[in-house]
Design a protein around this ligand. Structure first.
Ligand code: AMP
Ligand code: MG
Length: 355
């Protein structure tokens, strides 16, 4: 891998599995990104190349959403199932016209309140969008990110940018450029390192194509916040999130077994003790307040005190524990209020064993 280099553009992409791409990793100021670097990254996007970039939710793996060949490369790089549709990112409101046919009345309040931001809307797809983006559907998921690097990159590219999380299929989403390197080195042309993502958890996905707004995936924007700020009700299925395509029962899973404990701190301590008794090497993910309960035999990852902090560091902490040579990672559930809903959703999938 090259760091900071100017880097000539590479050969046109070939689909062969063995293709190795010389990935460039470049640091970028997250608040005032260098315009020259943005222009170069935008040029890569326009040429159908892959650029990983920071957003306020997690790192995205971007490609020109209007080019079937470019979008195809995202699936190959991630090893993502072609039935799992991608989110298209726009730089400004005008950009929506090239992606979706129309924003229904019911969704307009959401756009006004939460764009730019961590809310994704599923809408009827406009013609120019590469069909692979939608995995065969007539709908498309759209979001306007707030991160300056993401916004400026999309605007400079002049095309909507399809960008799923920049990690290999089934792994936890990348929240730092280092995670992107771990998963995608040799598979993408450019990684822009703008520091850790601030939300640390993916966007909330809402289906706005039906008669009522429906939650497809809980995420960084909570349904309580939507109710409070827009006054609309979002339907939540009893299965609460599995409605979205690609939301597999097992996902975000470390290779180490993950044990999700329902209940309070005592339940967490009990589960850790039980695993330790069985001779297992145990890692625990917990809040700062809970950490004191564990002795030195246990590898502790503290996630802070607020749910925002838990969400921000969750994926990174899971990756750290996964690399620590443990038998089990124990974590407790933080309920389903507010951000707890998205955290619960991800932990439940991460704890699902391989079928
Ligand atoms: P990510 O991997 O974070 O890019 O998230 C993409 C997810 O957004 C998919 O796995 C789906 O759950 C959801 N999504 C994308 N496009 C659609 C669509 N057209 N209809 C419903 N859900 C979608
Ligand atoms: Mg993902």
């Amino acid at each position: 891998m090259k760091h900071h280099g100017a880097g000539a553009l590479r050969e046109p992409y070939t689909r062969s599995v063995g293709t190795h791409i010389d990935t460039e990793l470049v640091r970028i100021d997250p608040v005032h990104p260098d315009p020259g670097l943005i222009a170069r990254a935008a040029d890569y996007i326009r040429r159908g190349l892959l650029v990983a970039f920071p957003t306020e939710t997690v790192y995205g793996l971007g490609a020109d959403a209007l080019s079937e060949a470019a979008v195809d490369r995202i699936f190959v790089a991630k090893g993502r199932d072609p039935s799992d549709p991608l989110i298209v990112h726009i730089g400004d409101l005008a950009g929506i016209e090239r992606v979706a046919i129309d924003v229904p009345e019911a969704a307009r309040g959401l756009v006004e309140a939460f764009w730019p931001g961590a809310l994704t809307l599923v809408l009827e797809r406009a013609e120019g969008v590469a069909p692979a983006v939608s995995a065969g559907r007539t709908t498309v998921a759209v979001r306007m990110p707030s991160h300056p690097v993401a916004r400026q990159l999309i605007e400079a590219a002049g095309v909507p940018v399809a960008a799923p999380s920049a990690n290999r299929f089934m792994r936890t989403s990348a929240t730092t450029a280092q995670h992107v390197v771990e998963d995608l080195d040799g598979r993408v042309e450019l990684i822009l390192d703008g520091g850790p993502a601030s939300a640390g958890i993916e966007s909330t996905v809402i289906d706005a194509t039906g008669p009522a707004l429906r939650l497809l995936r809980p995420g960084a924007v909570t349904i309580e916040e939507i109710r409070r700020r827009v006054g609309v009700k979002v339907l939540v299925d009893s299965q609460h999130s599995g409605a979205s395509p690609g939301m597999l029962a097992r996902h975000y899973a470390p290779s180490t077994r993950l044990r999700l404990v329902g209940g309070d701190e005592q339940a967490l301590a009990g589960a850790v003790e039980e695993e330790t008794w069985q001779g297992h090497r145990v890692g625990v993910l917990c809040t700062d307040g809970e950490a004191a309960a564990f002795d030195r035999k246990v590898v502790v990852e503290r996630l802070g005190t607020e749910l925002e902090e838990v969400a921000r560091d969750l994926y990174a902490a899971i990756r750290r524990l996964d690399a620590a040579g443990l038998d089990v990672i124990v974590v407790r559930d933080y309920g389903e209020e507010g951000l707890g809903r998205a955290i619960h959703d991800r932990l439940r999938r991460a704890a699902t064993p391989l079928a």
